[in-house]
Design a protein around this ligand. Structure first.
Ligand code: ADP
Ligand code: MG
Length: 251
């Protein structure tokens, strides 16, 4: 496949002799949304962290378009600019207003004129329903609002691909959908994404492809309608069953 934006080839990563990624290969095409699911501890976060260079891999290769990005140390900051990432915990700077948080990357790392970046930031805040929060401090925002700001901040860097690691895991339930709907909006606008989530209905709604990882290996890969309704491996079936409840007996 030559049209892959991101190519992960047989990567391995161990922590203290513990093989967390044991030969993972994954191609992501332009505009594609890949959802990565799997039991806790299977290596999902490690995979995303290796992709954007927060962890060094032990072997294998990672390519972003025609540039090999694994093994680099010199241009790591440039690579990171092209790969956006949002985590579970919103890491906005508390002493800076929302707008200053948003403009830090575009003005410092991309050298964009502040006015121009600010106009774009306002437009994007408006798109996620937060225009009126542009000049407040993060502490006045709800968790869901902070995550929407975090998504805007990542998008303002104009990444080639966006990596999302359980971005709603720390939110109260009523705030989950307001954040995930922004992600679906991004998907509709053509953003290439790799998304780790435990929200299975969201995963089914947003994914072009689902990748199921267990023990550091891709066990199954399928379109969402197949993965969620007729997974072929017993391990994926067991994983999906873990999201259902047994029925209660009532007299
Ligand atoms: P997931 O995101 O799928 O829950 P992780 O990728 O966070 O899983 O972790 C996979 C395994 O790697 C876990 O056993 C975890 O304890 C271990 N691990 C992750 N990061 C580190 C680290 N920096 N040092 C040591 N072990 C780690
Ligand atoms: Mg994780």
């Amino acid at each position: 496949m030559t049209d892959a934006i991101l190519r992960v080839q047989d990567i391995r990563k161990s922590f203290d002799g513990n093989g967390v990624l044991q030969g993972v290969s994954l191609d992501i095409r332009e505009g594609e949304v890949v959802v990565i699911v799997g039991p806790s501890g299977c290596g999902k976060s490690t995979l995303l962290r290796c992709i954007n260079g927060l962890e060094a891999i032990d072997s294998g290769e990672i390519w972003l378009r025609d540039e090999k990005i694994s093994g680099q140390t010199k241009n790591l900051h440039l690579v990171r600019q092209k790969i956006g990432m949002v985590f579970q915990s919103y890491d906005l700077f508390p002493h800076m207003k929302v707008m200053d948080n948003l403009l830090l990357g575009p003005t410092k790392a991309l050298n964009r004129p502040r006015q121009e970046a600010e106009a774009e930031a306002l437009e994007m805040l408006d798109r996620v329903g937060l225009k009126e929060k542009a000049y407040v401090f993060p502490r006045t925002l709800s968790g869901g609002q902070k995550q929407r700001v975090a998504l805007v901040r990542a998008m303002l860097m104009k990444p080639e691909i966006l990596l999302l690691d359980e971005i709603t895991a720390a939110l109260d339930p009523e705030m989950v959908s307001e954040v995930l709907n922004v992600v679906i909006d991004l998907a509709n606008s053509g953003m290439t994404m790799a998304i780790v989530t435990h929200e299975m209905r969201f995963a089914e709604a947003v994914a072009d492809r689902v990748v199921f990882i267990e023990d550091g290996l891709i066990v199954e890969e399928a379109p969402p309608e197949v993965f969620f309704h007729a997974p072929s491996t017993e391990r994926a079936q067991r994983f999906l069953q873990s999201f259902t409840y047994t029925s209660r007996r009532r007299p």
